[in-house]
Design a protein around this ligand. Structure first.
Ligand code: FES
Length: 107
């Protein structure tokens, strides 16, 4: 089973199972990670904002304009910010690490 690591606000690194085809937002909900995802993944909120560890950033699908517009409303933006409802788990992303807003990051 592929894995994803979420860095939580208190700095805890939580590695969880990440079934292929699910978004990181859906995966976070399965494991009780504190990501709201208010719009259910339809790109009309920014409550699923995460910062992606830079070495993984280029492996993601390119960001679309709608996502960029919505990201402008997120807080604690970084150069590798994404909305995690738009990151769909694939074999290539096995091991990806993302940080919640305000979480301490090592990058
Ligand atoms: Fe609303 Fe991702 S859950 S944009």
């Amino acid at each position: 089973m592929p894995k994803v690591t979420f860095i939580e606000k208190d700095g805890n690194h939580k590695e969880v199972d990440a079934p292929l085809g699910l978004s990181l937002m859906e995966i976070s909900h399965k494991h009780g990670i504190d990501i709201e995802g208010a719009c259910g993944g339809c790109l009309s909120c920014a409550t699923c904002h995460v910062s992606v560890e830079p070495k993984w950033f280029d492996k993601l699908e390119a960001i679309e304009e709608d996502e960029e517009d919505m990201l402008d409303m997120a807080f604690d933006l970084t150069k590798t910010s994404r909305l995690c409802c738009q990151i769909i788990m694939s074999e290539e992303l096995d091991g990806i690490t993302v940080a919640l807003p305000e979480a301490p990051k090592d990058w």
